[in-house]
Design a protein around this ligand. Structure first.
Ligand code: M6R
Length: 600
C-alpha cells in the first residue's frame, strides 16, 4: 500500500518520478505527489486522485535532478490534497514520503512536538517534524534522521530530502518494502523494482531497521546503530513487456489470458531433467516431519489455500488447516505437536500474513512461503520459498496468481505423496498440460462470458455463487472477484447451507451462479439450484463436460476432478471482468482497494 519513488542524478527528475509512480499506482491511488529540489529550493506538487491528475498540476518548466514521489492508499486521514505525500516540516526544510503506519505517532506528537502546528491528519507528518526538531536541537541531519527512526513504532519505508542539500536522499525501511536501484551517475529508490526498470535493473534489497544515504554516485547502508552494511546488488529479472498492458484494455484481462502460459511455465520450472515434477528435498522433508500443515493467507490466496487443503489431504494424506491471517494472528488455535506453516501470498508483502509469520518464527516453527515475488518480505522471513513464476500481477483483482498458487500446491501435494510412497493413478504433468489447454479454450469464450455478465449482472444489486465440495471454494473466489471490481454484493455459499438462512435473500430475478464440476455432489447441487429457482432466482449453471444437463448455461471441458478449480475459476473471472466493465467501473483499480496490503 502506497508507492514510493526517488531519484538523484543528472537527468530531469519529474518524468522519471511520474513514470515510476504510474507503475506503482496499483499500490494505492487516492492521491499522489512529488517534490523536486533545485537551486531555487523545493517544488512540491500534490493532487487528490490518480497520477494522471498529478501530472496536470506539475509545472513543466521546473527542472531538477533530485526528487521523491508517492502514490497513496489512505490509512490516517482522508484522501485529500493536504493529506497527500510528500509532507514537509514546519519550516519547509525537510520533505518526506512514507509508506506504512506509525503506531505511536500520537504519543510522539505529545512528547516532542507540542509546539508544532501540523498541517495534515496523517501519521507520517510526525516523522518529518521530528527530524526538523532534532536538527534544531543541534543534531546533524543524519543523526536527526536516525534518532527519529529509533523512536518510530510500526512500519515504514521512507525517503526524505533536505532543501539545504541537493546531494542526498535519506532512506529507511522497517516492515514496508523498499529497494535502492543503482545506475551510472544516478541512484534511485522504489517500493517495487518495476517502478524504476525505466532506468536500471540493478537493485539492492534493504532489511528492516536499515537506513541508507543515497547520493548520485554512491549508496551507504547503515543499521540504526550506525554500523555500515555491505550488500551486493541483484539483477531484477523483469521484462518491461511483463509490466505493460500491450494491446489489452486492462491488466486484469491480460492476466486472465496469461493463465495457460503460466501453467506451462510452472510445469517447466518444477520439472527435473527426467521430466518429473520435483520440489526441493528439504521442503519435502519438512512436510514429512509435520503432523499437520497450517496454511495462512488472505483474500484470494486464502481461497487458493482452501483448494490446496483438498489436494494435500487427498493426495499426500496430511491433515491441513487453512486460516485467514488476520484472525489467526489474534486467535491462534491449539496447534498440533509438529506443525508446519505454509504462507500463501502473491505479493509476499501482506502485513496480516507477515504478522503471523513473525509469531510462528518466534515460536520456532518452520515456514514455507508460496509467493510470486522473489525476495519479498514473506519469502525472506520464511525458511523456504516456492515461487509461482506467474510474472508480475498488476490488476488489483488477483487472477493468474490464484491459479498459479493452486498449481504449485498440487505439485507440492504430489511430490509429498511420492516421497511417502503413495501411488497416485495420474501424471500431474499431463493433467496440468490438459488444464492449460482447457484454460486457453475458456479464454477464447469471452463473448459468451460477456453475454452472461450482461444478462445476469447488468442491473442486479446482488448475486450468489453456490457450489459443493471444491466448487464451494471456487464460488468464494468468484464472489470476491465480482464484488471487488463491480461493487455488486456477491457471496459464495456451500449449496447445502443456503436453506439454513441465506435462501431468505432470494427474490424474483436474483442471479445465482452455480458450479457443478464434481460428480459426487452433482445431484445435490442441482437440487439446491431447484430450491432457489422455486423462489424466483435466475440460475446460471456452469458445469463440467460429462456432468452437464440441458439447463446448463456453460459447459467446461473436462479436466482431472481435483484440478477443476484451475479451470472453473476462469469463467467466473471473465464474468466479473465484464460485469465491472458494463457498470463502468475501473476494473484494474477498484475503489478503496490497493494491490498489496502492507498495513494490518
Ligand atoms: O498478496 P497477497 O496474495 O497476500 O494478497 C492477499 C489479498 O489481499 C488479495 O488476494 C486480495 O484479496 C485480492 N485483491 C483479491 O483479488
Amino acid at each position: 500500500m502506497c508507492g514510493i519513488v526517488g531519484y538523484i542524478g543528472y537527468q530531469d527528475v519529474k518524468e522519471i518520478l511520474l513514470r515510476g509512480l504510474e507503475k506503482l499506482e496499483y499500490r494505492g491511488y487516492d492521491s499522489a505527489g512529488i517534490a523536486v529540489l533545485n537551486d531555487e529550493g523545493i517544488h512540491l506538487f500534490k493532487e487528490k486522485g490518480r497520477i494522471a491528475d498529478l501530472r496536470n498540476v506539475v509545472d513543466p518548466t521546473v527542472s531538477a535532478s533530485i526528487g521523491i514521489g508517492h502514490t497513496r492508499w489512505a490509512t490516517h486521514g482522508a484522501p485529500s490534497r493536504v493529506n497527500a505525500h510528500p509532507h514537509q516540516s514546519a519550516s519547509g526544510r525537510f520533505t518526506l514520503v512514507h509508506n506504512g503506519v506509525i503506531e505511536n505517532y500520537a504519543i510522539l506528537k505529545r512528547e516532542y512536538l507540542q509546539d508544532v502546528a501540523f498541517r495534515s491528519d496523517t501519521d507520517t507528518e510526525v516523522i518529518v517534524q521530528l527530524v526538523e526538531k532534532f536538527v534544531n536541537d543541534g543534531l546533524s541531519v543524519e543523526e536527526a534522521f536516525r534518532k527519529t527512526l529509533t523512536l518510530l513504532k510500526g512500519s515504514y519505508a521512507i525517503a526524505m530530502i533536505d532543501a539545504e542539500n541537493q546531494e542526498v536522499i535519506y532512506v529507511a525501511k522497517n516492515k514496508s518494502p523498499l529497494l535502492v536501484g543503482l545506475g551510472h551517475g544516478f541512484n534511485v529508490v522504489a517500493s517495487d523494482a518495476m517502478a524504476m526498470l525505466q532506468v536500471t535493473n540493478q537493485f539492492v534489497e534493504l532489511m528492516d531497521k536499515e537506513m541508507v544515504i543515497v547520493t548520485s554516485e554512491d549508496i551507504t547502508i547503515k543499521t540504526l546503530n550506525g554500523d555500515i552494511v555491505q550488500r551486493a546488488p541483484y539483477t531484477a529479472e523483469l521484462d518491461a513487456s511483463d509490466i505493460e498492458k500491450g494491446t489489452y484494455p486492462h491488466y486484469m484481462l491480460k492476466e486472465i489470458d496469461e493463465q495457460p502460459f503460466v501453467m506451462r511455465r510452472i510445469i517447466q520450472k518444477y520439472q527435473d531433467e527426467n521430466g518429473q515434477l520435483t520440489i526441493d528435498p528439504q521442503i519435502i522433508q519438512e512436510v514429512l516431519n509435520a503432523d499437520r500443515i497450517y496454511i495462512i493467507a488472505c483474500g484470494t490466496s486464502y481461497h487458493a489455500g482452501l483448494v490446496g487443503k483438498q489436494l494435500i489431504e487427498k493426495w499426500a494424506k496430511i491433515p491441513v488447516e487453512v486460516h485467514v491471517a488476520s484472525e489467526f494472528s489474534y486467535n491462534m488455535p491449539l496447534l498440533s505437536e509438529k506443525p508446519l506453516f505454509i504462507y500463501i501470498s502473491q505479493s509476499g508483502e501482506t502485513a496480516d500474513s507477515r504478522a503471523v509469520l513473525v509469531q510462528t518464527n518466534n515460536l520456532g516453527y518452520k515456514a514455507i512461503t508460496i509467493t510470486n515475488v522473489p525476495g519479498s518480505t514473506l519469502s525472506r522471513e520464511a525458511d523456504y520459498t516456492l515461487l509461482l513464476h506467474a510474472g508480475p500481477e498488476i490488476a488489483v483483482a488477483s487472477t493468474k496468481a490464484y491459479t498459479a498458487q493452486i498449481a504449485v500446491l498440487a505439485i507440492l501435494a504430489v511430490a509429498t505423496a511420492k516421497a511417502k510412497g503413495i501411488e497416485l493413478d495420474f501424471d500431474l504433468v499431463k493433467e496440468l498440460a490438459i488444464v492449460a489447454n482447457v484454460m486457453e479454450m475458456l479464454c477464447d469464450a469471452k463473448e459468451e462470458m460477456e453475454k452472461i455478465a450482461r444478462e445476469y449482472l447488468a442491473v442486479t444489486r446482488n448475486c450468489f455463487f453456490i457450489g459443493r465440495a471444491v466448487d464451494y471454494y471456487v464460488c468464494l473466489e468468484g464472489a470476491l472477484k465480482l464484488k471487488e471490481i463491480s461493487y455488486i454484493q456477491a457471496e459464495g455459499f456451500a449449496g447445502g447451507e443456503l436453506k439454513h438462512g441465506t435462501i431468505a435473500l432470494i427474490e424474483d430475478g436474483t442471479p445465482v451462479i452455480a458450479l457443478a464440476t464434481q460428480e459426487h455432489v452433482n445431484l445435490s447441487i442441482r437440487g439446491n439450484v431447484k430450491e432457489v429457482v422455486a423462489r424466483g432466482a435466475n440460475p446460471c449453471i456452469i458445469s463440467m463436460r460429462g456432468l452437464e444437463t440441458e439447463e446448463d448455461r456453460f459447459v467446461i471441458p473436462a479436466v482431472h476432478p481435483m484440478l477443476t478449480p484451475l479451470v472453473s475459476v476462469v469463467p467466473l473471472q471473465l464474468i466479473a471482468y465484464y460485469a465491472a466493465l458494463h457498470r463502468g467501473c475501473d476494473v484494474d483499480k477498484p475503489r478503496n482497494l490497493a494491490k498489496s496490503v502492507t498495513v494490518e
